[in-house]
Write a protein that binds this ligand. Structure first.
Ligand code: PSU
Ligand code: MN
Length: 304
């Protein structure tokens, strides 16, 4: 099997059995503008350390799969242009070509599993796009959750997606969708999507136990933990809806398709909300990092 390049901090943590939390890098290169992207990435890593776990940000740099980035590598990635967006289909091609790429939720899950990391924190997952009945645009993140045994902590999925269809596909794929501390599935910027989540758990210990029970049953695939945005950072649905509608209309008018859809919509919504969406985004990723660290610690304790 391919041996990833570990950062010094991750190498030491692995050798001493410390709990690790994986972090994606597409959010850095395709999800937020510079310099907020690198500032957020650093703040998210710090949340995980403060909680007593070790962060492992994942990316491909010059054809090498990195699990844990040194500070200079993180800065370099955050400033780079023409970075590939790496989902399951792209990871091997990027490594083989010696190129640089940022991992999506799907790509990060694959690399985390290869590195023996069970828990991963991000902002929002990809899902079923609106109009998918015509475009067939369904993120490879959903299938990855069905294949790779990593618990993913996200603030649900953005309302740029079709959330009812996203939940239906996750159910079909056998992916547990667990709302944390509430009954409703959260909608990224908003605490509730108005849809009930299939499962609810109220502690990191319960989530860790469910992760390990899946392993004991020999089930493939991970869990999606949907952690609502902190109340102070929430943007009400009525407030964000016009920006979403405008961004979707622009994407349709410009014929944006395939891998470009999600980054295009995120970029337009940041611009249309004049940074308000960015502040919420940063708060919720940090919140997810804290919960992921607690889950990783519980898993490490139970594994002895
Ligand atoms: N949703 C967000 N923010 C993000 C992404 C999704 O709210 O940054 C990124 C993640 O990396 C996710 C990817 O895995 O977009 C999904 O892209 P696609 O829809 O092309 O699969
Ligand atoms: Mn897509």
């Amino acid at each position: 099997m391919l041996q990833p390049d570990y950062s010094e901090e991750v190498r030491v943590a692995k050798a001493s059995g410390k709990p690790l939390v994986a972090l994606e890098s597409t959010i850095i290169t395709h999800g937020m503008p510079y310099p907020q992207n690198v500032e957020t990435a650093r703040a998210v890593e710090a949340e995980i350390r403060d909680a007593g776990a070790v962060p492992a940000t994942i990316a491909v740099l010059g054809g090498r799969l990195h699990v844990g980035l040194e500070p200079a590598e993180l800065e370099q990635l955050a400033r780079a242009d023409a970075v590939m967006k790496l989902s399951r289909a792209d990871l091997a091609a990027c490594i083989a070509a010696g190129r640089t790429g940022a991992t999506t939720v799907a790509g990060t899950m694959i690399a985390a599993h290869l590195a023996g990391i069970s828990v991963f924190a991000t902002g929002g997952i990809g899902g079923v796009h609106r109009g998918a009945e015509l475009s067939f645009d369904i993120s490879a993140d959903l299938r990855e959750l069905a294949l790779t045994p990593v618990t993913v902590v996200a603030a649900g999925a953005k309302a740029i997606l079709d959330l009812p269809k996203t939940l239906e596909v996750l159910e079909t794929l056998g992916v547990p969708v667990i709302a944390y501390g509430q009954d409703d599935f959260p909608a990224f910027w908003s605490q509730s999507s108005g849809l009930a989540a299939p499962l609810r758990m109220d502690s990191a210990a319960e989530i860790a136990a469910a992760h390990l029970a899946r392993g004991a049953l020999g089930l493939a695939g991970g869990q999606l933990v949907a952690n609502p945005v902190p109340p102070k950072a929430e943007i009400a649905r009525a407030e964000i809806t016009p920006a979403i509608e405008a961004a979707l209309a622009e994407a349709a008018a410009q014929g944006i398709a395939a891998k470009a859809v999600t980054p295009f919509l995120l970029d337009r919504i940041f611009a249309l909300t004049e940074g308000r969406s960015l502040a919420a985004n940063i708060a919720l990723v940090r919140n997810n990092a804290r919960l992921a660290a607690e889950i990783a610690k519980e898993i490490a304790t139970r594994q002895g």
